[in-house]
Design a protein around this ligand. Sequence first.
Ligand code: NAP
Length: 248
Amino acid sequence: MAKVMVITGGGRGIGAATACLAAQKGYAVCVNYRQNEAAARAVVTQIEQQGGRAIALPADISSEADVMHLFNTVDTQLGPLTALVNNAGIIDQQSRVEDFTVERLNKIFATNVVGSFLCAREAIKRMSTKNGGAGGAIVNVSSGASRAGSPNAYVDYAASKGAIDTMTIGLSKELAAEGIRVNAVRPGFIDTDIHADGGEPNRVERVKSFVPMKRVGQPHEIATAILWLLSDEASYTTGAFVDVAGGL
Ligand code: NAP
């Protein structure tokens, strides 16, 4: 069966590394992005130059209309979905809870939690054997923050990843008899652009001494875990968490 993947936030960081590795492993990949079209197109070009198949599609995953359009377009352009990577996620400026605005909270949860649920819903409609699908796999990109809580920086983000952990547990059980496995990776500190969005572009340099392995991770080190969880090698693995965090 042809392998078709949607990866949200596939244009940069962990998502881009995962899209490229997925293509190497034979997936036709939908590289979703929110606003950085150039980055997503560069990932598609890289995949095509290596003989793979990919398309770049815009969608804000916190918008139900965008998500439905995204999955409908994948149906027609790539064929039946077999894998979803719920990767897109955001942080806001490092801050204490007493200073959080309701706008910040709504944006974090709308993207990280509601967006992941909306994408899972559309994937289930297509992949569940109960709905006539051929099965598939979902990997949620959570964070070590769900265990650490991210005090004085992003307790909202950490809580949103806690929700993703619980979603992974519940959804894995809900779908286990319908041919869909659901797992999560929990990255530690990974060298991507996301830290600049929190107001500290060099955060990875500052925090690496806290990591037992004394270095931060690279996006491809998360991508390999995601692709293993999606693969038949993980055929009896569902509801599992892979901490890829250098010992944190
Ligand atoms: P990143 O480099 O900032 O990339 C984020 C990606 O998500 C971008 O492609 C962005 O699209 C996309 N995105 C953001 N909001 C979106 C929305 N509403 N709809 C669709 N796409 C959206 O981030 P990253 O570090 O690779 O993080 C990827 C995932 O890993 C996130 O869930 C993050 O929480 C998690 N994580 C990261 C770390 C770390 O240290 N880096 C640690 C633990 C967990 P555009 O390119 O269009 O802006």
